[in-house]
Design a protein around this ligand. Structure first.
Ligand SMILES: NC(=O)c1ccc[n+]([C@@H]2O[C@H](COP(=O)([O-])OP(=O)(O)OC[C@H]3O[C@@H](n4cnc5c(N)ncnc54)[C@H](O)[C@@H]3O)[C@@H](O)[C@H]2O)c1
Length: 251
């Protein structure tokens, strides 16, 4: 018996061309899901989808800009055209923004982070929720951040956007609790991916020093948590926020 089996299911993973999203794509594909590798980076999405197929899994690339409602609608329509179903949506794509105190942030810096991290989750959930409601099944996993619980200095927009994702998750979960749809979020602490290129070494050192395990996480460790939340086994868990933070969060 294979636990958390996803055979026959379709999963859309945003930001799957790299980092945590790529690890999630591999994990869900290896569990049997057909994975739509959705990313703004078309070449990266092609590369990951091809690698998944080369290992014998079902996967295909989808170009998406989650900040753009029309792009999201096109991408989800493409997935439905291809597989006829979306069982799992993992809202993983995100940006860190500029690492600087508030007085060095412009309104444009703020909007750029909110447009992807918060508007993006809204657009993607909104694009699939009617389909999931009609089928009375769905699993949505939103990748937030421990910054959304604690607030990281020099990352006001990022921290606020991720707190928004946590609250959005709890609210949406209650709206669809009677419809077979579970919506949860995951809050990683620092994970070694290229998103860290947007930050200074001091910022990364600050974030790592706050982790009781005194190390960064791996994308695979985040993917393991997502796998359960994306599976049919996650049937009495909704509206929750799961830490994958080496013990950093205190609640
Ligand atoms: N790495 C960390 O330390 C860490 C910690 C906590 C939370 N997170 C969250 O995990 C998620 C993944 O982060 P990561 O570290 O793998 O980042 P990453 O930069 O390695 O990968 C992000 C992916 O998202 C894609 N992307 C960016 N903007 C997009 C858009 N508008 N539309 C579609 N795709 C877009 C990028 O092309 C890239 O492939 C993010 O939401 C991030 O905030 C990361």
């Amino acid at each position: 018996m294979r636990f958390f089996d996803l055979s026959g299911q379709t999963a859309v993973v945003t930001g799957a061309a790299a980092g945590i999203g790529e690890a999630i794509a591999w994990r869900l594909a290896r569990a049997g899901a057909t994975v739509a590798v959705a990313d703004i980076d078309r070449d990266g999405a092609n590369r990951v989808a091809a690698a998944l197929v080369a290992e014998g899994h079902e996967a295909f690339p989808v170009e998406i800009d989650i900040a753009d409602e029309a792009s999201v609608a096109r991408a989800m329509a493409k997935v439905l055209e291809r597989t006829g179903r979306i069982d799992i949506l993992v809202n993983n794509a995100g940006v860190a923004g500029k690492a600087a105190p508030l007085w060095e942030q412009t309104p444009e810096d703020w909007r750029a982070v909110m447009a992807v991290n918060l508007d993006g989750v809204f657009h993607c959930c909104r694009a699939v929720i009617s389909h999931m409601r009609a089928r009375r099944y769905g699993r949505i996993v939103n990748i937030a951040s421990v910054a959304g619980k604690e607030g990281n200095p020099n990352m006001t927009a990022y921290s606020a956007s991720k707190a928004g994702v946590i609250a959005f998750t709890k609210a949406l979960a209650k709206e669809v609790a009677l419809e077979g749809i579970c919506v949860n979020s995951v809050t990683p602490a620092v994970v070694r991916t290229k998103i860290l290129d947007q930050l200074t070494p001091e910022q990364i050192e600050y974030m790592t020093s706050r982790i009781p395990m005194r190390r960064t996480g791996t994308p695979e460790e985040i993917a393991a948590v997502v796998h359960f939340l994306a599976s049919p086994d996650c049937s009495f868990v909704t509206g929750q926020c799961y830490d994958a933070s080496g013990g950093r969060a205190t609640y």
